[in-house]
Design a protein around this ligand. Sequence first.
Ligand SMILES: Cc1cc2nc3c(=O)[nH]c(=O)nc-3n(C[C@H](O)[C@H](O)[C@H](O)COP(=O)(O)OP(=O)(O)OC[C@H]3O[C@@H](n4cnc5c(N)ncnc54)[C@H](O)[C@@H]3O)c2cc1C
Length: 465
Amino acid sequence: MSLEQELRAEFGEAVLEGTPGEYLTDFSRLPGSADAVVLPSTAEGATAVLAWCYERDVPVTPRGGGTGVAGGASPAGGVVLALDRLDRVRSFEPELWRIHVEAGVTTGRLQELVRGSGLMFAPDPGAPEQSQIGGNVATNAGGPHAFKYGVVGDWVTGLEAAIPPGELVSVGGAIRKDVAGYDLKRLLVGSEGTLGIITAVWLKLLPAPEVVLPVAIFHSGRREGCAALVNVISSGIVPAALEVLDAETLACGSGSFPGGMPEDARFLLLAEADGSRDEAERVAAELVEVAGAGAVAIQAPRDREGITALWRWRSGLAFAAIARRGGVVAEDIVVPVERVEEAMEETIAIGLRHDLVALAFGHAGDGNLHSSFLVDPQNVDELVRAEAAVEDLFELAVRLGGSVSGEHGLGLLKRGQLARQWGPRALELHGEIKRLFDPKNLLNPGKKLAGPLAPGEQPPLATRS
Ligand SMILES: Cc1cc2nc3c(=O)[nH]c(=O)nc-3n(C[C@H](O)[C@H](O)[C@H](O)COP(=O)(O)OP(=O)(O)OC[C@H]3O[C@@H](n4cnc5c(N)ncnc54)[C@H](O)[C@@H]3O)c2cc1C
């Protein structure tokens, strides 16, 4: 009997017929393989599947919406445990600003639901129609509004997870503070499916701001734009989002910029003010004053269509960059905010060194850049050069006092890269925590690996798009 048949005998229709391709990769497009895909409908069901697999030494890859870009949900044999059917809202108490949801609820559905009660789930990672809250927690996802509101993990007050060898564990809950034990909840946040399968989370919510007012400030170059960025931070203004886009990124999106891209624009500082109308207007005016000196153009739409169009354009930029050559090898380095200019400049220099077009944009208020190299995904030589460029990028991030990943995690593509920035004892502790949760190394094996790769071992080539 095949593994799929054995699982079906035990778990019935939770086991899919065959292994549909969409469950075998993520946005990295790294092709994986699996012996079976299981979609349990309850937390207890997910725990039972984990217990069954653990007893038989079968690897398990937890899977959310598959929007990750680090190959974290790309399986290497065994069982894909997809959370799609754990999609219930267990409780929603708008008057208490909290919600308890199962892991498979999509980010977009959660956002829409709470918005209907005048609330917001503050983090806003991209691809919300497809990504799931469990995946957002498992990657501790960020997004543009992390600058003011923090990352997903900052909003998790409790978490339920299936832990090897097959037990359902709950930590925290509908409480806003809890220092009674070690913060196990935080360990699972960002663990990329390597410590447990998140089945449900309790989240804090906030009253939604009355208005959001974007301000797009175009500068003539990187130096001017980054000076404006640092000015905003040191002035004490607190925008909800503070994004930057360099000249090459603007070139990718110039054709679709609402109302046309201003001439001479070579850098964009895209900020957003939010709050009550008075507060948002005040912050927007301060942004213009502090970051607008010497700008080549400033656009601050006030109508709903204009605001939506501007953010839609920003969300589509990653795809506009892909469209240039068919693929992009992008990484999500993070550096101290005052080193953003240097990181952007060196990204371009790295591209030139490896004969690749490079661009840099991202959540610069948090020092988090999507440094990207445009590639033809069919051109192996280009992919090899892009991997070499990415190595230089990681070296750069660490040299500037930053990290190899601000948002997307290590997954499969960045396995071993943590060894660049942590000392031996810290790496050892990382490994010991993994062994404590998963002594047989069956939960998403090979992902989020901290220590250096074995000699000759290479992460696979991938476009991350
Ligand atoms: C267009 C686009 C824009 C994006 N923008 C952002 C952004 O602004 N900020 C950002 O941080 N990321 C961004 N991402 C990356 C991605 O959306 C996030 O990492 C997202 O949180 C992944 O969620 P998912 O449900 O798709 O997870 P998946 O891709 O399915 O999985 C990601 C990892 O989490 C693990 N996992 C998933 N669900 C669970 C679970 N229930 N329990 C345990 N482990 C689990 C998987 O094993 C894998 O290692 C973007 C991606 C795309 C394609």
